[in-house]
Design a protein around this ligand. Structure first.
Ligand code: GUE
Ligand code: MG
Length: 285
């Protein structure tokens, strides 16, 4: 058996095209264009590339991209003042502060300053609480993209055994919440989990979000399982995921590649969240 390779890049392109249609309808209904503000502090080259890609995707979907750059020496008060200005700006529907931030800035304090209804990364405690309580909110983009790929692949997820490896606020925890909302039986595993291989062997769905190249071995994964690899690790062999892709692909049902899997879905879901935020702000369903 050879795995189906889940084409996240193609899925994301379709999603972005459908969002562009919805953006046009929003413009007709609201008489304005949805706006996404992206804030970049410092000049880390990898962050600059992501911000440029996000800006391009935003414009291609017919939305306004507002980019704000602060020097790497910027103070926390200055950054929070900018966030507050964006909160108050009626043309801004979404605010993304590119992470990580320089060491002198407390990320938690900056995220806490973002209006939860403009928090398109889903990072505020308000949106985490909404997700935990099955309330309408904004869920983090990467888990949202993973759920879309899983539903497209498997249809109904009800009753499936899902193992999420990783417990971050950005991916692991919200991923588990979204899988629970789909009625999966969810286990969150992490660096202190005992017998990780055997925990993973139970899974119909494996979501790997650890950040260690090829950490999940092929023989940890049950034949016929569906594997979502969130890892994006730069190594001497190029960009690789958290799963030993070649070893897993021999016996799983389907697996996301790196690159071309989850990454493009993250950006498409950022656009989806921005449009969702804009519609809610305008009272459009
Ligand atoms: N506030 C905040 N929100 C984020 O969502 C956020 C962030 N900060 N900081 C950095 C990380 C990283 N991130 C990626 C998004 C898309 C790809 C992506 O599209 N990757 C392509 C390839 C990229 C490449 O070739 O380098 C792929 O996987 O196919 C990767 C990484 C969002 N992040
Ligand atoms: Mg398909």
């Amino acid at each position: 058996m050879t795995a189906e390779i889940i084409d996240g890049k193609a899925f994301a392109a379709n999603l972005r095209a459908s969002i562009a249609e919805d953006v046009a309808a929003f413009r007709d209904a609201a008489g304005r264009t949805p706006g996404l503000a992206v804030v970049l502090v410092g000049d880390d080259p990898a962050s600059a590339v992501y911000v440029r890609n996000k800006g391009r995707a935003t414009r291609e979907a017919g939305m306004e991209s507002l980019e704000h750059r602060l020097p790497g020496s910027a103070g926390q008060d200055e950054l929070i003042a900018l966030v507050e200005q964006l909160n108050a700006d009626p043309t801004v529907d979404g605010i993304l502060v590119q992470l990580p931030l320089p060491g002198q800035i407390d990320e938690r304090a900056v995220v806490a300053a973002i209006d939860p209804d403009k928090d398109v990364d889903g990072l505020t405690t308000t949106n985490a609480g909404r997700l935990a309580n099955n309330m309408d909110g904004l869920a983090p983009c990467t888990p949202l993209g993973c759920i879309m790929l899983l539903k497209d692949q498997l249809g109904e997820l009800k009753g499936l055994e899902a193992v999420v490896i990783g417990r971050s606020i950005l991916v692991g925890k919200p991923m588990a919440q979204l899988l629970l909302a789909e009625n999966c039986t969810v286990t969150i595993a992490h660096s202190k989990t005992r017998g990780l291989a055997d925990v993973v062997r139970r899974a119909d769905i494996v979501v790997a979000a650890i950040g260690i190249p090829h950490m999940v071995k092929g023989d940890w994964i049950k034949p016929g399982a569906t594997v979502i690899d969130v890892g994006i690790n730069r190594t001497a062999d190029g960009l690789v995921g958290d799963v030993d892709f070649a070893a897993a692909a021999s016996h799983v049902a389907a697996i996301t590649p790196v690159p071309g899997g989850v990454g493009p879905m993250t950006i498409a879901c950022l656009l989806a969240n921005t449009l969702t935020a804009a519609k809610r702000r305008e009272g459009i369903a």
